[in-house]
Design a binder for this molecule. Structure first.
Ligand code: SF4
Ligand code: SF4
Length: 248
């Protein structure tokens, strides 16, 4: 059998710690906020028009989502909590090393491997410099991460699933009720740090806190907007300044 090993070793350049939002588990978001740093909330929605209901892609997305009301229909909503590192991560030291190395989030430990099983690892999609790919250390073989990394990826996927209900309930608690449509755009909220921390503190250990909350979907593309409205989804106006709407 042909083996296709990708070799990689981090060179500590710090490039992956700049200009991005860092997806966090609920517990990591709580730690991030407690350190005094900001967390963004990204909300996206989908239904069986994105993938067939019987597909593995649908099952994967469904596991990370919550079924919610939207107009006269039901949709699935995924809430991603992400550490704000739009200029650079607040934990990045002047020497480009991580200031919270022993507590760094799972995604930081996993990068540059992909967590989503449907996104193949591609060197040209990663910001790591060429010398990082000249190592003898094996990152993955035939698309499967080395065992230590595979365990972290598994842990991250489990957290995505187990945190889903609490994260969506926290959105409802904070009044964040507009979702973007998967693969069309991202709706990115920046709730006040203390409000989000209080909501997380009260949600952790209270898994029953999941009100049947009414969601809206925002889509700026006219034909997709019309299709979703015809499916009886409640559509949001496209002039809100409560969140950043980033079209993909
Ligand atoms: S937590 Fe550490 S590894 Fe992760 S982005 Fe920040 S500085 Fe980089
Ligand atoms: S960009 Fe790649 S090589 Fe540079 S610190 Fe991040 S993981 Fe390491």
């Amino acid at each position: 059998m042909q083996s296709n090993a990708v070799r990689f070793s981090c060179v500590g350049c710090g490039i992956c710690c700049k200009g991005r939002l860092i997806p966090l588990t609920l517990a990591e978001a709580q730690q991030w906020l407690t350190r005094g740093d900001e967390v963004a909330v990204i909300v996206e929605a989908f239904d069986e028009s994105n993938w067939p209901r019987s597909s593995e892609e649908f099952a994967h997305a469904k596991g990370r989502s919550v079924s919610v009301r939207c107009g006269d229909a039901r949709i699935n909503v995924i809430a991603v909590f992400a550490g704000k590192a739009l200029e650079q991560c607040p934990n990045l030291r002047a020497d480009n090393l991580c200031g919270i190395y022993d507590e760094r989030p799972l995604v930081c430990r996993i990068y540059p491997m992909e967590i989503n099983p449907f996104i193949p690892l591609r060197q040209d999609n990663k910001v790591c410099p060429p010398e990082a790919w000249e190592s003898n250390d094996i990152l993955c073989t035939d698309g499967r991460a080395n065992p230590a990394l595979e365990a972290l990826i598994h842990q991250s996927r489990l957290a995505d699933n187990s945190d889903a209900t609490s994260k969506v309930a926290i959105c409802a608690h904070l009044g964040l009720n507009v979702a973007s449509w998967k693969d069309n755009a991202l709706a990115v909220y920046f709730p006040p740090r203390t409000n989000l921390l209080e909501a997380i503190d009260s949600a952790i250990g209270n898994s029953e806190d999941h009100p049947d909350y009414e969601w809206l979907v925002r889509v700026d593309d006219p034909s997709l907007n019309e299709r979703l409205a015809m499916a009886n989804l409640a559509m949001a106006a496209n002039d809100s300044t409560d969140y950043i709407f980033h079209t993909l």
